[in-house]
Design a protein around this ligand. Sequence first.
Ligand code: FAD
Length: 423
Amino acid sequence: MSEQKNVLILGASYAGLSSAHYFLRHVLPVLPDSKSYKVTLVNPSSHFFSRPAAPRAVATMKLMPPEKLFWDIAAGFKQYSADQFTFLEGTAVEMDPATKSVKIVLANKETTTVVYHALIIATGTRPVSPMLGMQTTHNVAKEAQAAFNAALPTAKSIVIAGGGPAGVETAGELGEELNGVAGMFTAKMTNPKVTITVVTAEKKLLPMLRPALALQAEKYLNKMGVNVVYNTRVESVTPNGAGELDTSTNSLDKVTQKATITLSDGKTLDADLYIPATGVKPNTSFLPSNLLTDRGYIEMDKTTLRVTAAGPLVYAIGDVGSYTRGGIMDIYDAVPVLLTNIKRDLLNPEGGAKGQDRPYKPNLKETHLVPVGRSKGVGAVFGWKLPSQMVWMIKGRDYFASMTPDLVGGNKWSKESKWAMDA
Ligand SMILES: Cc1cc2nc3c(=O)[nH]c(=O)nc-3n(C[C@H](O)[C@H](O)[C@H](O)COP(=O)(O)OP(=O)(O)OC[C@H]3O[C@@H](n4cnc5c(N)ncnc54)[C@H](O)[C@@H]3O)c2cc1C
């Protein structure tokens, strides 16, 4: 057989895993001479990290053990034959649109170059704290969480920077684990065993939810000994890099280091443990700068999900793309769009596909679920407020961990989402 055409997918998280399974199940089989195509999936870690469940593991890995958090990627693709699918444990370090190739540093430090016929970029973002997301490999996240868990019994003060969902959820999990919950008639725990402080630059918590729900989240936190400081930025942290992975040495020592946090109002906070939960950075350093927005996300057609400036058959999906506010629901909305459009492009290599491209339409309605501790939560779906109990039932019970096998093994995409305008 002549050389196969590679459909190269970079990143194996919600966006990359979904794209790979969807392509293998619903696109590849309908391509003429489908045997001439193969999928190559590249990811720095052998395991997928179910990020939403990280806040519970930060507080206690007994309730969120590694086997629920990290899932073997290769095992999820065993169902496909070796001439259809290859998994490369490695990191894309350079993409060259002119030669349609990507240089990859493999886990064994060797370098390989993969020439692509089509490319899907799904390299996502990374949070500052190695406990909350994928910095390099899942082992780094696991070791960071274990070291943090081990430091908790002697901690008297914890500071969390950031009042978004990751900061609030982590504060709630730590509050309930370390301090418990005050009784029904106590609005605020006065003498908590561990002082937990959330510092946010905003005037409210949880930017994606309405003020009343943000206030309710604060009330739940207060009952667990968590205090919120508003309108205040963290200006600096001493020692520098406290709470972070030292990427030059791969040391996790700073994750459990005592820190002094200087705030924008000039005050300082001393913390036995410090968690930076202040947002994420896109994983795009391997891409030419003309493909990036000024914030470092991928410049793209926000409707068709094509990365037009990179040439034909290049697409982006997930948090790395500039088309989205981020989040898993957005990805699940985008998967059938991208995969329909790549199918149209591959079936019509000379252009002129019949019908219309499938358009991505963002859900801009208030949709967000935020557990606060182990039995409460705030949230809304499509603008409808949900009762605390419902947030707990949908997300708080296990932070979606039980849905992970279907994602990694592809059953999430067992059915094709048909596109009515494809003719
Ligand atoms: C603590 C926390 C809680 C969250 N909770 C929720 C929630 O409840 N609901 C929700 O909708 N969203 C939640 N999110 C956001 C959600 O996790 C993201 O929207 C989602 O993970 C994005 O998926 P992705 O596939 O785009 O990228 P990511 O999950 O960021 O994954 C990108 C993948 O690409 C890999 N990669 C990076 N660089 C390269 C490279 N150069 N070459 C190859 N591979 C590379 C990474 O290692 C990673 O495996 C949460 C995020 C955090 C941090």
